[in-house]
Structures are given as C-alpha cells and as structure tokens.
Ligand binder design. Structure first.
Ligand code: HEM
Length: 467
C-alpha cells in the first residue's frame, strides 16, 4: 500500500490535472492582479525579465541579497519586483515598515497559504505553522522553556557537547599514525553537536551522535536540507499556492518528510512513556522545550502532537544552528587574528557559566553577532497581507506617479518580501565595509542607520517580533 494513499493515476489524467491547475492559477493570478492594482500604492521597481518567471529564477539561483541591495540603491527602500505569471511582490527595506510588518502588526502578515500547507503536511501542527490565536497560545506555552533557569541548565548541555567533540578531535590529532594532522569535516561535526543538543534540550533524548555520526533520522534531515531547487520543485511550489493536493503527490521532498515522521515515532514513544502528562515542576534533569509545553498546557500530548513538536524544533533549530556554527568556523579560519583574539578571551573562562557567556565575553559575542549578520540562514522572509493595510515608513518615498508618500497602501493578498541578507549587509545601512567580516564593528557604536533596524541586535537573521 502506498504511504500517500494516492490512487495510481493514468499518466494522461495526471497531465490533464496539471494543465488545468496551471491555467486556473494563471487566471486567478490575473484576476488578483487587476483587482489589487486599483488599491495599491504604485511603486517603482525593476523591469520584468520574464512574464513566466519574473525574478524568481534569478533570485533562487544567485545571491539574492546582492540583487535586493542593488535595487535599493536604484529604487529606494520600498519597491516592487516582478514575480511569476505577471504577479509582483512588494519589497520592504525601510526599517519602520519592516518592524510594522514583522512585529507590531505581524498577525496581519501571514505565510503564503501554500507554503503553510506544505509545512503543515511536512511537520504536523506546531509553532511554525500556527497563525493568530493558536500561535499566541502555543508561543506562551513555549516561553518557560526559554527562561533563564532553562538556559542556565541548557548551557551545561551545550558545553558538554562541544567539549566531547573537542576531545574527539584532539585524540584524532594526537593519534600516532596521524602525525599531528587530522582532516575534519566541520559541517559534519557541527551537525552532530547541533542535533545532539536539540535532542537533549528539546525533548530529553540522547541521540548519541557526538562521535560525529548522525542517527538515521538526522541523515534524513540533512538529505532534505540538501535537496536543491529543481525546475520540478519550483513548478510544484507554484502550483501548491493554489492546489494543496500537490502535497499528496509522491515527490521526493514529500516522501522524505514521511520517512522523518516515521523515524521519529520511537523517540516520541519513549518521551511519552517518560513524561506521560508532566504536571509537576521540571527539575533540571527533566527540563526540555517539549516538556515545558506539556506542563504549560497542563495536558498530555498525543504521540502525533509530540512528533509535530519534535519535528518543529528539528526543522527550525537543527540546520539553522549547525550551518551558522560552520560559517563561524569558516570565518575564523579566514581571519587568524580574530581567531587569536577570541582564543585569548576564551582561555579566561575554561568552563563559562550562562551569565559569563551572556555578559563577560564581549569578543565572543561580537564574533557570533558578526557571523549572524554576514551569514543569515534565511535570505528573505515572505509574507502576505491578510487584510488591507497602510504601512508606515521611516523615510518617505516617491511613487511611480511622482507622489511623495510616508505610508504604503497594501490591499489584502499583497505578497511581501523582507530581504534579510540585504538588510544585514546593505552598505547604505552598515557603511562601506558592510560586506566584510569584522567583529570589531560590534565593539563600538553602530552607524545610526543600522541602529534604526529593529530585531535582535539590529539584525534580521531571526526576523523580528513574535514569530
Ligand atoms: C542560528 C540559529 C537560528 C536562526 C538563524 C533561526 C532563524 C529563524 C527564523 C528566521 C525564523 C522565522 C521563520 C519564519 O517565520 O518564516 C525562526 C523561527 C523559529 N525558530 Fe529559529 N533560528 C535559529 C535557531 C533555532 C533554534 C535552536 C530553535 C529551537 C530549538 C529555533 C526554533 C524556532 C521556532 C520554534 C520558530 C517558529 C517561531 C514561530 O513561527 O512563531 N530556532 N527561526
């Protein structure tokens, strides 16, 4: 029996379905375009390179941050770029508008329906996929998991993980047959540290992967992360926006996520057996993010709920963290002086506490922030206006018709892009050395324009606001 329960379709029927889907999505896009045009502020922007693709192919295959930054220089802090089938996206690089969309009015700016449906099918429920009140409630129940008490306890788990890996590296270096040279795949080891840390802090599970070998479920995750954007995946993503049944097709990515869910079942069962319905106070050895959700909601979670929570943490936290740590090591390898300075600071804290890490190690903080600035995991954040809105701007703009405005009118359904990487690296905000890795910039005052960007330390790497 097929895991997808999709009846086998004769191929001609399949192509009929695809053809009807494509036509219907084009007609819908056209109607939406005509309808939206009347209400929206007329924005400037680049010419359309292709009616079929707009700029999507260019942005997917190149460094999107460079394009957004160049367009900012040409068109200003708010502009419109062409998207597939004659549609468009409004790009915000104005700090006040971004803060409004992602933070103060974020529940009006939701994920594209198709993307959320895809996430839901892949993950199940969970914080990443909820909107509105469900999201508020779920978020509240996760907050205790990020309390100082939890972070203090989690710090010891992170330190133990890194120290185990360091010992492993040293033993390889010191092995007689290696003559003081060892070739290490940093990405592989950072994956191991990240996966193990999320297992333990997320849901009290020891994956035992600090020997550098991910468990099968970890390997499924990295395979998903490595799947590149093919023409087929782009077409299916486009169709998905209108026809969620695409998620039921036996595509590589859909099948990968079914395998992940199946592989997590045993871990979820073990967690459920240990924690049943956790209502008592969480002592350190019982602390974890999923346990705090159960306690906060004062109910036991079903096996499917637990798998969804685990999936959410692994999808949101695993590769984001390991890739960021890998970039950090890469930058340190390119900047030996930074490495020396950091090592000197670290030597003063052989076993740092949470408080020391948070307040007494400024150079470590600067290196971490600079890595997060230069190498944000998500290049862009995409949203859709759920209702008509008027977005306030920090700096007035001139519209296509020559009018100067300090608000942008967005009809419901307008697609929005916040270009994270371009905002983090724009020379207009960060100065002429914005594209260079320079932790020292964090040790003195930031340029005034960079300070106007909201978000964690004026970066959009973790976006901004409640999401
Ligand atoms: C360098 C590391 C990380 C980066 C750069 C990062 C970045 C992000 C970004 C950009 C989002 C917003 C996604 C969106 O709304 O489209 C997000 C959401 C989220 N992240 Fe992270 N993340 C990191 C690590 C983690 C870790 C370690 C965890 C937990 C174990 C985590 C849990 C989450 C969750 C649960 C959400 C969903 C929040 C919501 O929708 O309300 N992240 N993260």
């Amino acid at each position: 029996m097929s895991v997808f329960n999709v009846p086998a379709l004769p191929s001609y029927k399949f192509f009929n379905v695809v053809a009807v889907s494509v036509c219907a999505s084009l007609v819908l896009a056209l109607i939406r375009r005509i309808f939206l045009r009347g209400k929206a502020t007329e924005l400037v922007g680049p010419k359309n390179p292709s009616w079929l693709w707009g700029y999507t192919r260019t942005l997917l295959t190149g460094v999107s941050g460079d394009y957004f930054e160049a367009w900012q220089k040409e068109f200003g802090d708010v502009y419109r770029i062409p998207y597939p089938a004659g549609t468009s996206r409004t790009v915000f690089m104005d700090p006040r508008a971004i803060s409004y969309v992602l933070n103060s009015n974020s529940y009006n700016y939701v994920r594209h329906k198709g993307n959320n449906a895809q996430l839901k099918t892949l993950i199940g429920g969970g914080l990443l996929t909820h909107e509105g009140d469900d999201h508020r409630r779920h978020r509240r129940s996760m907050i205790p998991g990020f309390s100082v008490a939890s972070l203090r306890y989690f710090t010891s788990i992170f330190l133990e993980a890194t120290s185990t890996v360091k010992d492993e590296w040293m033993s390889r270096l010191e092995a007689e047959e290696n003559h003081g040279v060892a070739v290490l795949s940093i990405e592989q080891w950072m994956n191991a540290i990240s996966f193990e840390s999320i297992g333990q802090t997320g849901f009290n599970h020891d994956f035992g992967c600090l020997n550098g070998v991910l468990p099968p479920v970890g390997q499924l995750f990295t395979a998903l992360g490595n799947s590149s954007a093919t023409l087929g995946s782009m077409i299916s993503l486009g169709l998905l926006q209108v026809f969620p049944f695409v998620l039921q097709l036996p595509l590589k990515r859909n099948m990968g996520m079914v395998k992940v869910r199946t592989a997590l079942t045993d871990v979820a069962r073990a967690f459920k057996a240990d924690f049943g319905n956790t209502k008592e106070d969480l002592t350190d050895d019982r602390r974890s993010l999923v346990a705090s959700i159960m306690k906060a909601e004062n109910r036991s979670l079903s096996e499917a709920d637990i798998i969804a929570e685990m999936n959410t943490l692994l999808i949101a936290g695993f590769e984001t963290t390991s890739t960021t740590m890998t970039w950090c090591m890469h930058e340190l390898s390119l900047h030996p002086k930074v490495q020396d300075k950091l090592r000197e600071e670290l030597r003063g804290f052989p076993e740092p506490t949470y408080e020391q890490l948070a307040t007494e190690m400024p150079y470590l903080t600067a290196v971490v922030q600079e890595t997060l600035r230069i190498h944000p995991i998500a290049q862009e954040n995409h949203r859709v206006a759920a209702k008509d809105d008027s977005v306030p701007l920090l700096n007035p703009i001139t519209t296509k018709t020559g009018k100067v405005v300090d608000h942008v009118e967005l009809p419901a359904g307008t697609g929005i892009i916040v270009p994270i990487e371009a905002m983090n690296k724009s020379t207009l905000f960060w100065g002429p050395d914005a594209h260079e890795f320079k932790p020292e910039r964090w040790l003195s005052e930031l340029p005034e324009k960079a300070s106007s960007i909201q978000g964690y330390h004026h970066l959009l790497t973790f976006i901004d606001g409640p999401r």
